[in-house]
Design a protein around this ligand. Structure first.
Ligand SMILES: [Zn+2]
Length: 80
């Protein structure tokens, strides 16, 4: 088998380096639909939730807490 030159130059994926992938949750609704918005240099970390529109530096990494938040958020939504 001949390895193609493209494979040799292929940059390994980030997840290969960091085996432990931390899951992030939205601190408002507990959704995992959060993305790290890296734009302006002065904003060293800004997260954006696509489920509730949350934007901020605070992010949740506790899955148990996120589950509670999801429940609470669903209740709040249902009451409206
Ligand atoms: Zn959210």
């Amino acid at each position: 088998m001949n390895p193609t030159p493209e494979d040799a130059n292929h940059v390994p994926r980030p997840e290969h380096k960091t085996q432990k992938r931390s899951i992030t949750f939205c601190p408002r609704c507990g959704s995992t639909n959060v993305f790290w918005a890296s734009g302006l240099p002065q904003l060293w970390s800004l997260w954006e939730c696509r489920s509730c529109g949350y934007r901020g530096a605070l992010i949740l990494k506790d899955s148990k807490l996120a589950e509670k938040l999801q429940e609470d958020y669903a209740k709040k939504k249902g009451n409206r």
